[in-house]
Design a protein around this ligand. Structure first.
Ligand SMILES: C[S@@+](CC[C@H](N)C(=O)[O-])C[C@H]1O[C@@H](n2cnc3c(N)ncnc32)[C@H](O)[C@@H]1O
Length: 408
């Protein structure tokens, strides 16, 4: 028994509640800031991630795959996500609950016991493996026994697990749910790490959260492509310093090729804030801003995903399901999902209104609804964005937006 195991052998437990599940946590973990150093990881702030994942699984089961589901929770920690899936999603054929940490496995077993899951115990398969090993074992199974859904929820980047997950998952109408918490990397604070981990250049701009999400989508899609697969994003969800991608997986060469058309770059002028996107490979990088015509201030992000990041009917269904949920985060989820619906057909990027007002030395910040109304009155598109509640998406150019803000 290693030192850590010895230390926590007689540890006391506390009981917590989340969604429909009760679960034990090591009491020493109770007041820790969520981190790798916990005996078994748990982060209350990620409850919304698990809520939305369950809504997404139910919506997927209704809209795209009505069969009983084989699910893999590849990094389960306390098992809270899996237990909630079993209790809240119902139509489960089999669930693999896996974690590499032996202490997590002990806790998962304890947590299954206190949730009265006796009648579904035969559906549960617990393992203590590296996620990649589990995926490579699943990859050898017959097509109809392979997982319909794979969830990847690592510490930091999911990049090391995506290739083997695509090898393991069913090739038709399956669902991939991938979290990244390395937001400083994806948002361009750690630019070199992003180039290394995601093969893409980030930009630390006002709309870096959207750029980061699109880099992650691009990366997942490219790894799907080399496995002869493609992804169709259903929901791209940012909250509390994590990004969760929920996407359908398909195998169809023509559609994969259409996806490749979604890859491209964003140009951003550091002088005037003008931004534009460019599909495909750039052979000659422009240096002069198309708006202010300043030389040498034009930067770029990419390659990244320029296509749609959510699917509209899926969002409608999530919103409907959320109405009947009793999640603690119900109102927050409703707000986020309504903004995802608003932003679905809007141009890439958004403008931080507070920052623009400060730059313009305005006395006060006009109400978001008023700004959107005024932009629309001038014939442009405008919406809120779930990436940032103090920002607006619009196809009005930044120069005109500044003029409009000054006039309000
Ligand atoms: C962020 S936590 C997962 C949280 C969990 N999904 C939840 O909802 O509470 C990451 C977990 O991955 C586990 N882990 C780290 N590397 C792993 C690997 N290579 N394979 C499987 N599990 C791993 C850790 O032990 C940890 O429990």
């Amino acid at each position: 028994m290693n030192e850590n195991n010895q230390k926590f052998k007689n540890d006391k437990f506390i009981v917590e509640k989340e969604g429909s599940a009760n679960f034990f946590l090591h009491s020493v973990d109770k007041n820790n800031i969520p981190s790798k150093s916990m005996v078994v990881f748990y982060n209350k702030k990620m409850e919304i991630n698990r809520d939305v994942t369950n809504l997404a699984i139910m919506a997927y089961n209704k809209l795209f795959n009505q069969n009983k589901l084989v699910i893999v929770d590849s990094m389960a920690a306390s098992g809270i996500g899996s237990i909630r899936m079993l209790k809240e999603c119902k139509n489960v054929k089999k669930i693999y609950i896996n974690d590499i940490n032996p202490m997590a496995i002990d806790l998962i077993k304890k947590n299954i016991q206190i949730n009265n899951l006796k009648d579904v115990e035969s559906l549960i398969k617990i393992s203590k493996k590296s996620a990649n090993l589990l995926f490579s074992e699943l990859a050898l199974m017959k097509q109809d026994e392979k997982p319909d859904i794979i969830s990847i929820d690592p510490f930091g980047t999911p990049n090391l697990y995506i290739d083997s997950a695509f090898k393991a998952i069913k090739k038709k109408h399956s669902l991939i749910c991938i979290t990244a918490t390395d937001t400083p990397v994806l948002f361009g604070i750690r630019k070199k790490a992003c180039l290394r981990k995601y093969m893409s250049k980030p930009l630390h701009t006002d709309y870096c959260k959207e750029i980061g999400a699109r880099i992650l989508l691009y990366f997942i899609s490219r790894i799907a492509n080399i496995n002869n697969l493609g992804i169709h994003p259903l929901l791209t969800f940012y909250s509390n310093h994590f990004i969760r991608i929920i996407a359908l997986v398909f195998k169809n060469k023509e559609r994969i090729f259409e996806n490749i058309e979604n890859y491209g770059y964003i140009f951003h002028c550091n002088n005037c804030g003008y931004r534009t996107s460019f599909k495909g490979n750039i052979l000659q990088i422009p240096h002069i801003c198309m708006s202010c015509e300043e030389d040498q201030n034009l930067d770029l992000a990419g390659p990244l995903w320029l296509g749609k990041i959510h699917k509209e009917d899926f969002l409608h269904y999530l919103i409907e399901l959320n109405k009947y949920s009793d999640f603690k985060n119900k109102n927050k989820i409703e707000k986020i999902l309504s903004f995802t619906l608003e932003e679905i057909n809007m141009p890439i990027s958004y403008y931080n209104i507070h920052k623009l007002c400060e730059e313009l030395t305005l006395q006060s910040v006009p109400k978001m609804d008023l700004i959107i109304k005024k932009i629309k009155e001038k014939g442009y598109l405008a919406s809120r964005t779930h990436f940032d509640f103090i920002s607006i998406k619009t196809n009005m150019e930044i120069k005109e937006l500044k003029r409009l803000l000054s006039s309000l």
